[in-house]
Structures are given as C-alpha cells and as structure tokens.
Design a protein around this ligand. Sequence first.
Ligand SMILES: Cc1cc2nc3c(=O)[nH]c(=O)nc-3n(C[C@H](O)[C@H](O)[C@H](O)COP(=O)(O)OP(=O)(O)OC[C@H]3O[C@@H](n4cnc5c(N)ncnc54)[C@H](O)[C@@H]3O)c2cc1C
Ligand code: FES
Length: 255
Amino acid sequence: MKVQHVAEATWWLELESPDIARRAEWGQFVMIGFGVDHLDPPFLPRPFSVGWRSEEGRVGLLVRVFGAGSRRLASLRVGDRALLLGPLGRPFHLAPGKPVICVAGGVGLAPFLFLAGEARRDGYDVRLLYGEGSADRVFDPALIERLTGEAPVVWTEDGSLGHPGRVTDGVDGAGDQAVLVGDPTVLACGPAAMLRALAGRSAREGFRLQVSVEEHMGCGVGTCQGCVVPGADSRWRKACTEGPVFDASELAWSS
Ligand SMILES: Cc1cc2nc3c(=O)[nH]c(=O)nc-3n(C[C@H](O)[C@H](O)[C@H](O)COP(=O)(O)OP(=O)(O)OC[C@H]3O[C@@H](n4cnc5c(N)ncnc54)[C@H](O)[C@@H]3O)c2cc1C
Ligand code: FES
C-alpha cells in the first residue's frame, strides 16, 4: 500500500487488489469499508472511483476528505487492511475513433486518471480539462502526466494556477484552442452544478455527453435505494447499478 498527501485535504492511495485491478473498466467504482470489528465510524462502506491500475495488481484511489469515511481512508498506513467490493457500476463508453474530452471538477478527476492513460494507449485522442477552486487543491499536474501520458489543461476559479475560471469555460474553448471539434465524446465527472451546465449545453448543441454522478451510496449493489437519481422519463435510476455513468439525456436536470 502507498498513501501520499497530494493536495489540500486530498490523498492518493495505491492498494493491492489484483482481482479489481484486472477487471475494472473506465468509470467503475469500488465500495470501501472497514468491517464490523471496530467501533469507529463509518459503519457503511463508501464509494470511490477506480483512479488507476497497475499490471502488478494495484488500484489507485484519489481521496478528498469530507467526513469519517474519507478521513479513515486517508489515515490508512502500510499493512492496514480495508474491504473493497468491486468493480461496480456502468463504465464510460467511447465512440471508436472519435476524440474524447474529459471534464473533471475536483476529485471528479479520479476516473479520468484511469481512462485517459489507457484510452491514449489504445489510440484515442484524449483531452483532459481539470478544474479546482484554487491551486492548493490541484492534484500535481506532473503526477497526472505520469499516470495519463499527458499534462491536463488546468483551470482554477481564483486564477491561482492554470487558466482562470471554471473548467466548463474550457469546453467553450476559452484559454485554449476550440475543443468541440471532430464529433467528440464528452465525459464529465464533478459537482452537480457542473454536470447540469454541461447537460444543458449538450441538449442545445447536440454533442454526446456522458456524466458520472457522485450520489451518496449505502450498499453499492442495488438493494438500499439510497442512491437514486431522477430519469428524464420520470423513472428513478439507481446510480450504483444503472450508473454511475449515464448518458446525460437519460437524466432529469432540474435548475
Ligand atoms: C461513484 C462514486 C465515485 C466517487 N469517487 C470519488 C473519488 O474518486 N474520490 C473522492 O474523494 N470521492 C469520491 N466520491 C465521493 C465519496 O464517496 C464521498 O466523498 C464519501 O462517501 C464521503 O464519505 P465520508 O464518510 O468521508 O463523508 P460523510 O460523513 O458521508 O459526509 C460528510 C459531509 O461532507 C459532505 N460530502 C460528502 N461527500 C461529498 C462530496 N463528494 N462533495 C461535497 N460534499 C460532500 C456530506 O454531505 C456531509 O455534509 C465518489 C462517489 C461516488 C458515488
Ligand atoms: S447504493 Fe444501495 S441501491 Fe444504490
């Protein structure tokens, strides 16, 4: 196991899990728990995207601390054990031969560390746009380049690193050359407001958009109903088994 502090309140973990490393697909996640033989919370497992894998069977996770579960993960040390269930959920689907634009907000970066590196090796033209509030939250661009083969285009809302503004400005082509060229598939993971803004644009402009939603989850396997999101057809979708990756047109986007 490796645990590395990589940005404010953010850790990079590499765990030995050969079965998950072998089977994981881009966009899938794992539920991580600590079992019932301890008295410290959390008692329920927490979902985290598969952020990378190695041929030797390690799985990488990018963890930002919000509460007890993520704090516990960040405090793991070499030799500690955690329970991993996965890989779970529906992955991203790429259109053969078409360019791929990944739009990452905050730790929504995690699934794209996994996807961008492997998809580039498979011959896809992948552009990674990565936004954070400020420079102290940015996961080291050099490490991203090592994991994915190319440095990301970084945006910070306060302008302290990379381009000033929101990462969605990057989709508009601000600060860079135009990105929505060549009939790309746009993939997005991050805060709900970011996904909603992109879904609105995709509906108006007609580009393909898949989103990965970060709902709270109780079980991760479709039994607790804790993760439902409204569908465009008024039917609720379980983010854990029918997502977390959805075609944006499948979901209802309230303002
Ligand atoms: C499919 C999926 C993949 C995910 N992948 C990642 C990942 O790769 N890296 C990562 O860091 N997180 C990821 N998350 C989010 C992560 O699961 C939560 O941050 C985590 O469950 C929080 O648990 P906790 O016990 O630390 O905090 P809790 O005790 O559950 O929450 C503490 C407080 O923080 C708030 N909070 C919790 N999560 C978030 C959040 N994401 N954004 C803003 N506020 C929040 C809660 O509402 C609450 O107020 C993913 C979620 C899903 C559904
Ligand atoms: S997390 Fe339990 S049904 Fe989705």
